[in-house]
Write a protein that binds this ligand. Sequence first.
Ligand code: RNT
Ligand code: ZN
Length: 414
Amino acid sequence: MNLFDHAKQKYEQAGIDAEKAMRTLANIPISIHCWQGDDVTGFEVSGEALSGGIQATGNYPGKARTPEELMADFEKAASLIPGKKRINLHASYAITGGKMVDRDVLLPEHFKLWVEFAQKNRLGIDFNPTFFSHPLAKDGLTLSHPDATVREFWIRHGIACRRIAAWIAEQLESPVLNNLWIPDGYKDIPADRRGPRERLKRSLDAIYAEKHTGVIDSVESKVFGIGVEAYTVGSSEFYISYAATHPGVYPLLDNGHYHPTEMVSDKIPALLLFFDKLPLHVTRGVRWDSDHVVIFEDEIREIAKEIVRNDALDRVLIGLDFFDASINRIAAWVIGCRSMQKALLYALLQPNSRLKNLQDEARYGELMMLHEELKTYPFGAVWEAYCEQEKVPVDELWFTEAERYERDILSKRT
Ligand code: RNT
Ligand code: ZN
């Protein structure tokens, strides 16, 4: 008997249909962030350094420098990743043909080549206004800035991005998640915590005033950033409350943006009771950094389990958000995305109703036992069969491809 047949039988005895799990997984879209490919640099002609309390550390050779290179690298990574994919863009990846176009006057035409790229590769697109790496974000403040002219610039940017997102949705005939994250905050004890939040609230109202079809708006909170340790304007309470009182705006949860023992897996079921959609940024926090490459660890599995057992595969919008400049960037994309997909497959292979019954019947010892025994079920054989079915390299075989690409293409970039 081959490994997969054995695994199938083993899961069947536990009441799980492994082939059905594979079919389900093949239809779960993962939104892959373009910014892993170039360390969040983007293509702006002004070429400001990365700011906003985020940092891509490392200087591994071969990062993408142009739209053509980033697109080629993304295609290479995508060819090694099974299942359905989307591409997540930032406004700073506008393609302006060498012309300086400031953020507040960006237009759909600056994303035409991305739409063609998505059509060619059968990808959905998600979008983000870029509120960092810009001279007007210099004091670390954008939509909450005390100076109205600064706020107005960023409001115009927010409005421009929603129009671009709507246009992309129309072109692709498929909804676009437009996620707003701002770096605003203070390094040290503020004298006024309420004022910045009042200004942010008013700015958001101005940005969301226009009604658009095809755009799913979200707001992403954070607990702190580098150099912005004491206070963040866009906190979790602020954005959850904002979204709860503004239909059509959703709270986006980035699992790198909370205190280390605070778990996004626990927040998912709570918010699903109140929101019909819930967008995620899946990442891995390590000490001060919120953006390490996703690996197949406990919390990723718990996040996946909450999505699956709440029957929320079509309500939770899964996006990735990490950036590692110290390793081959194609490898970073592939490891992160395949890890998320492994977690989803793992979750789809759990006997969820049986586990739930044990909890409801207070059979906690048996529940713990089963949780633990399931960990050594032949999950790997199902993953391998899934990769074969999806025609992507199984196991570590994909890395040979990434290495070849590095040798032939990336290493020639200087
Ligand atoms: C920053 C947020 C945000 C960014 C991207 C580039 O802490 O996570 O989502 O990572 O928008
Ligand atoms: Zn994020």
